[in-house]
Write a protein that binds this ligand. Structure first.
Ligand SMILES: C[S@@+](CC[C@H](N)C(=O)[O-])C[C@H]1O[C@@H](n2cnc3c(N)ncnc32)[C@H](O)[C@@H]1O
Length: 406
């Protein structure tokens, strides 16, 4: 045998061994770049019976489990939104629980007194309240579903924390802002503000840019935007208000389309039994004027300085943790000569770093470059989310003023 033939036979043996060691999946091509005149490509379709194929010798591909997608942690904003959505969804559990506790108290009444209670119909109130809770829940569920869709949450997504005040605040605010029952409450506080804007901005040519921070459910902002030549931006931090407002604007076709029962757990201070079950039908006016609502913190969401002809604060400045930050921001956002209109009480929270008197707030405002119009200053009695006909009435002696940026 020539040396060349020996080399080729040797190569074939090598190829056979490689074929045994490699996994079999389809035709195997081995490119042999050994010392032969031309590269030889040997195709092995069927291994010879001599090269027995044992499955345990096969190099199996490593079985990887499918990648598990870790849910992305929620941002602080998403967390607040989901928490508000979950609070809306859980309204019924919380409310039925409150009613059950009240019923349990009632059942402690001595048996011989029970006929008297039944004679005045007290025993029927629990079922009446439950029915209205379920009715209210239908609306809240619609808001929650809409908000999930709007902010990209799945139906099963829930937050681990709920805050029931988010729903009770909404139920109170919707009466204040969007029902006929709230019209008197609104008239006493909106008129001075609208008049002050009309007088104070009469010199502004063309579009008048107004900012309403702490917008709540937005009625004041819409009343301003209803006026000719006003362009209104607003800002709200609380997602309970934001999601309910978005629903109101985007999913409401007709006036008085929605009904809720805000007082079904407010049994003290009722004049009549019926008062507990008073409905609030809304909206009494469709929010059709354009308001640009910025979701988030008024201190951080408006980078552009000197943008506004007016800033309007209604029941707002006392919610600040740091009143100097709030006043400085109002000053920064106003154009030179711009107008600040304020109406509100001084109901500082325990979280406020300073709990100032009205005089002190005005003193600070002046020092920060806001010249107060002392002739505009006055006290206006106002209620807040008041149930008409309730036997309890908190009256705030609110302080109204206007000021100009120097
Ligand atoms: C007492 S409520 C008044 C709401 C509305 N102005 C009214 O009179 O019905 C104060 C509102 O300010 C909002 N708020 C508090 N701090 C805020 C901030 N830093 N930025 C934006 N909104 C804020 C609260 O969520 C709340 O809705």
């Amino acid at each position: 045998m020539s040396r060349r033939v020996v080399r080729i036979l040797f190569l074939l043996v090598v190829v056979g061994v490689v074929a045994v060691l490699l996994p079999r999946s389809g035709p195997l091509s081995v490119n042999l770049n050994v010392n032969v005149p031309l590269p030889v490509t040997v195709h092995i379709d069927n291994p010879s019976p001599a090269l027995t194929f044992h499955s345990e010798n096969v190099l199996k591909p490593i079985q990887k489990s499918p990648p598990t997608l870790k849910p992305k942690p929620l941002s602080a904003k998403q967390h607040s939104i989901l928490s508000a959505i979950t609070s809306f969804s859980k309204y019924i559990d919380h409310t039925l629980n409150v009613i059950a506790v009240r019923k349990e108290r009632f059942e402690r009444l001595p048996a011989e007194q029970r006929p008297l209670a039944e004679a005045i119909g007290y025993n029927t109130h629990f079922e009446d309240a439950r029915m209205r809770a379920k009715y209210t829940m239908k609306f809240l569920d619609d808001v929650a579903d809409y908000a999930r869709e709007l902010y990209g949450f799945a139906p099963g997504d829930i937050a681990d924390k709920v805050y029931h005040e988010c729903v009770s605040d909404f139920l109170a605010h919707v009466g204040r802002d969007w029902s006929s029952e709230g019209s008197q409450e609104r008239a006493s506080i909106f008129s001075p503000i609208l008049d002050a804007l009309k007088d104070g901005l009469s010199g502004v040519k063309g579009e008048k840019k107004v900012l309403v921070p702490g917008f709540g459910l937005g009625r004041l902002a819409h009343e301003i935007a209803n006026e000719k030549d006003y362009s209104v931006d607003a800002c709200e931090l609380d997602y309970g208000s934001v999601i309910a407002y978005n629903y109101l604007v985007n999913r409401t076709m007709a006036t008085f389309e929605h009904t809720v029962y805000p007082y079904i757990t407010n049994w003290p201070f009722q004049r009549t039994a019926k008062g507990r079950f008073a409905p609030i039908r809304f909206p009494d006016m469709l929010p059709t004027s354009h308001v640009n609502l910025v979701e988030g913190d008024f201190l951080t969401e408006f980078p552009e300085s000197e943008k506004y002809d007016a800033v309007v604060t209604l029941f707002f400045i006392y919610v600040s943790e740091n009143i100097i930050d709030f006043l400085s921001n109002i000053h920064r956002l106003l154009k030179p000569g711009g107008l600040w209109v304020n109406l509100g009480p001084f109901k500082w929270g325990s979280f406020s770093q300073m709990q100032l008197s009205a005089e002190e707030v005005l003193d600070l405002a002046e020092r920060l470059g806001l010249r107060v119009d002392h002739d505009s200053k006055r006290s206006i009695d106002a209620v807040y989310a008041h149930q008409v006909d309730s036997l309890l009435k908190y009256t705030y002696v609110t302080q109204f003023w206007t000021a100009r940026k120097l």
